[in-house]
Write a protein that binds this ligand. Structure first.
Ligand code: CUA
Length: 482
């Protein structure tokens, strides 16, 4: 009789190690885990989880029956001694073969019923009887998420706000490569494909904050391309929308925030818009984002601009780096100094001129970093009346420019949506016969369509509503740009 040899040492060690490893892996499935699909917070995710469990238990029963039969047969009919005779050899058994052909067909037919029902219900459009739908356009960028609310003209990044128990219909797009939109606890994943819009919908049925994750490999920072979904009571959601249309209060002159605002305008505002609260700013930001992309993609190595998250009311955010870290003054300063040390691959460091240093860290003093962080954290819906953008005491052209113009115009020669404005005073003087630079810039601000420079789109809004004092201050500032 042959002895079964004992498992050799390395193999036994491997088995012993497998046990804790398997337990650790399975622990990731606990419903409490932020990315577990078992603890659901919405009907779509719940239906998907229920379907998974239904198929899992059918598969488990099949597994137990088949493996049980294999083990039973192996033991019951094993060779007991060297004198055992070879049993009678046979080929085929019609009754058995028909049985194990029909049974799987029946099982698959049973599984198909809830599978097809779920696909039918969850595909594409929201069923009509579910009430008022919130429309959101989610755009994937390497490596962050942009969220647009076209009916509310609100635009934000990396943190999606939705009302509880209301269906949200998504149009999913990508600006660059294929990403995948996934909120594990609320809805399954759908790819975001460039040049091909996909659609999905979901409902969050519990107020709270949930994790989202890009679920399609999209480059070096794929695993760090996350977002948060904040499910609000309906009234809180409306308050959030209203807040996104309320400008932040201007910083007090001489404060760290005021210094940070100027540093932001000088170093960050070509890529990051942070003031999408005024009428028209929604369309402007979409144009700017497209222009930044065009600028970057036309010269990937040398471009000074790159698609970047909209930072309007950034001070209300919970996270930075596309859901990567909690937002605190410290984490924000760390990000400003050396973003790639937080999130490998981020394009900010490669393209923003401020990082063109020997060690790649921001060319800013610690005090300047602190001021920018203080300014960004101060960006919250303000108490000033709606539409007010400018400080009335002491009109400052540079501040008016920073608050209203930087999403489309740089102060250098870099084109965003409109031309870079370095040297505009000189150029403007010779543009229209008989019109000096001051009159020309005045016309450009009040009636921009009257003269559009070749090669630029006729998209600039009229700025007369800023008032005469502000227009004058703005022109004074523009003429100083070299
Ligand atoms: Cu975007 Cu992975």
């Amino acid at each position: 009789m042959h002895r079964v040899p004992k498992l050799s040492f390395p193999l036994r060690t491997a088995f012993i190690l497998l046990v804790p490893l398997t337990i650790a892996l399975l622990a990731a499935c606990t419903p409490d885990n932020n990315q577990s699909t078992f603890g659901t917070a919405g009907p779509i995710a719940k239906d998907q989880a229920d379907l998974f469990k239904f198929i899992f238990w059918i598969a488990a029963i099949v597994f137990i029956l088949v493996e049980g039969a294999v083990i039973y047969i192996a033991i019951r009919f094993r060779r007991r001694s060297d004198t055992d005779k070879l049993p009678y050899q046979t080929h085929g058994n019609n009754r058995l073969e028909i049985t194990w052909t029909i049974l799987p067909v029946l099982i698959l037919a049973v599984i198909a019923v809830p599978t097809l029902t779920d696909i039918w219900e969850q595909q594409n459009t929201v069923p009509e009887d579910l009430g008022e739908v919130l429309n959101v356009e989610a755009v994937g960028h390497q490596w962050w998420f942009e969220f647009r609310y076209p009916n509310h003209e609100v635009i934000t990044s990396n943190e999606l706000h939705i009302p509880v128990n209301r269906p949200v219909a998504f149009k999913l797009e990508s600006q660059d490569v294929i990403h995948s939109f996934w909120v594990p606890k609320i809805a399954g994943k759908v790819d975001m494909v460039p040049l091909n819009d996909n659609y999905m919908w979901m409902i969050g049925d519990e107020v709270g904050e949930y994790y989202g994750q890009c679920a399609e490999f999209c480059g070096i920072a794929h695993a760090h391309m996350r977002f948060r979904v904040i499910v609000h009571e309906e009234s809180d959601f409306q308050a959030w929308i209203n807040g996104m249309h309320t400008a932040a209060d201007p910083p007090i002159a001489g404060s760290p925030e005021a210094s940070g605002k100027n540093l932001f305008a000088a170093n960050c505002s070509s890529c990051h818009t942070n003031d999408s609260t005024t009428p028209g700013s929604y369309a402007r930001e979409i144009n700017s984002q497209q222009a930044r992309w065009n600028g970057w993609v036309s010269d990937i190595e040398n471009s000074g601009i790159v698609s970047a998250p909209n930072l309007t009311h950034f001070g209300t955010h919970n996270t930075i780096g596309a859901g990567l870290k909690d937002l605190t003054k410290e984490s924000l300063e760390g990000w400003i100094i050396d973003p790639s040390s937080v999130k490998i691959g981020t394009r900010m460091q490669k393209h923003a001129a401020i990082y063109d240093t020997a060690d790649g860290k921001a060319n800013l003093t610690p005090a300047e970093v602190s001021d920018i962080a203080a300014y960004l954290l101060s960006l919250k819906p303000g108490t000033a009346p709606a539409g007010a953008v400018i400080e009335t005491d002491g009109v400052d052209g540079a501040e008016i420019f920073a608050a209203n113009c930087t999403s489309c115009h740089s102060t250098s020669d870099v084109t965003i949506v409109g031309p870079g404005l370095a040297g505009i005073g000189e150029r403007a003087a010779s543009r229209i016969d008989g019109m000096g630079s001051y009159e020309y810039l005045d016309q450009s601000l009040r009636a921009p369509s009257a003269y559009v420079v070749d090669g630029f789109p006729d998209v600039m809004p009229e700025w007369s509503y800023l008032g005469d004092d502000s227009i004058d201050a703005l022109i004074d500032y523009l003429i100083t740009l070299n």
